[in-house]
Design a protein around this ligand. Structure first.
Ligand code: NAP
Length: 278
C-alpha cells in the first residue's frame, strides 16, 4: 500500500516516519521546497514534492495541514486521486472539515490523533508519537465500510487507542479538554498582568514557579492554534466557556461566604475527578 502525506510538519512527518517503518511507501507533499528536502534527508518520506499530482498512485492520503486549508487542499488534490483512494485528515476540529470534504470525496473519513508536542515543523516530527494515545475517527452514516476498515487497521498499526464517534460529538468532547483549557489558561495570564500595581506584577512574575508553569502552558502557546479552535469550534467552545463561568461563580460564592467545608468538598471532588482524565 502507498501512503500520501500532505503537509510535512509535526503530525504529517510523524505519521510518515511510522508508516515507513511499517514498510509502506510514503510519498510526501509540502508547500515549501525546504520542508520537502528536509523530510527526504531525515528519512521521513521516500519522496517529497510540492506537486499534489505526485499522489496520483497512492491508496490513502492524510491531509496534515492547518484546519483552515484542509478543504481547499482536498479540492485541489481530488482531480489526481484514483477512484478507490481513501482521503483522511488529522485536523483538531472535525465538524466543519467533515461537512466540507465529504461531499467532495465520499471516500473521506475524518480523523484526529490526540498526540502532539510544543514544537511544530518537520524537525519536530518523531516516531511513535501516536502510540498509546487516542486516535479518533469520525465516520458519518455514509462513510463506506471498507474505508473505515482500512483506517481502523492503520490506526492499529500506529498503536493508537482507536475511538469512533460523530464529528459533532468529537468537537463537543474536545472543547472540554483542549479548547476550553487554552482559553482558561490565556485568561489566567491576562488576569495576572492586570493588577493595577506594576510592582506587584513584576514580583508575581519573579515568584512564578512550577504551578504557574503548568497552568499557563497552553495559554502561553501558539495564538494561531487558539484562534483556529475558536473559529472552527465556536459553538462548543462557547458552551464550555458559559459552563466554566458558572463554575467560577460557584467558587467565588463559596469563598465570599467563607464556606470552607463547601470549598473542601468541591476540591475533594476535583481531586478525585482529575485522574479520570489522565
Ligand atoms: P505543523 O508542524 O506546522 O505542520 C503543518 C504543515 O502544513 C507544514 O508542513 C506546512 O508545510 C503545511 N502548511 C502550513 N500552512 C499551509 C498552507 N496554508 N497551505 C498548505 N500547507 C500548509 O503543524 P502540525 O502541528 O503538524 O498540525 C497539522 C495539523 O494537525 C493541524 O490540522 C492540527 O490541527 C492537527 N493536529 C495538531 C496537533 C499538535 O499537537 N500539533 C495534534 C493533533 C492534530 P510547509 O512546511 O511546507 O510550509
Amino acid at each position: 500500500m502507498k501512503i500520501g502525506i500532505v503537509g510535512l510538519g509535526l503530525i504529517g512527518g510523524s505519521l510518515a516516519y511510522d508508516f515507513r517503518a511499517l514498510g509502506y511507501k510514503v510519498l510526501g507533499v509540502s508547500r515549501q521546497p525546504q520542508t520537502c528536502e528536509d523530510a527526504v534527508k531525515l528519512g521521513a518520506v521516500d519522496t517529497a514534492s510540492a506537486d499534489l499530482a505526485s499522489l496520483a498512485s497512492v491508496d490513502v492520503v492524510f491531509i496534515c495541514t492547518p484546519v483552515s486549508v484542509i478543504d481547499a487542499i482536498a479540492t485541489r488534490l481530488i482531480p489526481y486521486l484514483s477512484p478507490e483512494a481513501i482521503l483522511t485528515d488529522v485536523g483538531s476540529v472535525k465538524g466543519p472539515v467533515v461537512k466540507r470534504v465529504t461531499p467532495l470525496w465520499p471516500r473521506f473519513l475524518g480523523g484526529h490523533p490526540m498526540a502532539g508536542r510544543e514544537v511544530t515543523g518537520i524537525q519536530a516530527a518523531q516516531s511513535h508519537l501516536f502510540a498509546q494515545n487516542p486516535y479518533i475517527l469520525t465516520p458519518t452514516t455514509k462513510t463506506p465500510l471498507d474505508v473505515i476498515d482500512v483506517m481502523r487497521k492503520l490506526v492499529g498499526e500506529l498503536d493508537g487507542d482507536l475511538y469512533e464517534c460523530s464529528p459533532g460529538i468529537h468537537d463537543r468532547a474536545v472543547a472540554w479538554i483542549s479548547h476550553l483549557p487554552k482559553m482558561v489558561s490565556a485568561a489566567l495570564i491576562a488576569a495576572c498582568v492586570s493588577d493595577a500595581d506594576p510592582d506587584i506584577v513584576q514580583l508575581a512574575q519573579a515568584f512564578a514557579s512550577s504551578g504557574f508553569r503548568d497552568t499557563s502552558r497552553v495559554g502561553g502557546g501558539d495564538p494561531e492554534l487558539g484562534c483556529m479552535m475558536a473559529q472552527y469550534n465556536r459553538e462548543e467552545l462557547l458552551r464550555s466557556l458559559y459552563q466554566y463561568r458558572q463554575s467560577l461563580d460557584q467558587l467565588t460564592d463559596i469563598i465570599e461566604c467563607s464556606d470552607w467545608s463547601a470549598l473542601d468538598a468541591l476540591l475533594q471532588q476535583t481531586q478525585a475527578e482529575r485522574p479520570k482524565f489522565l
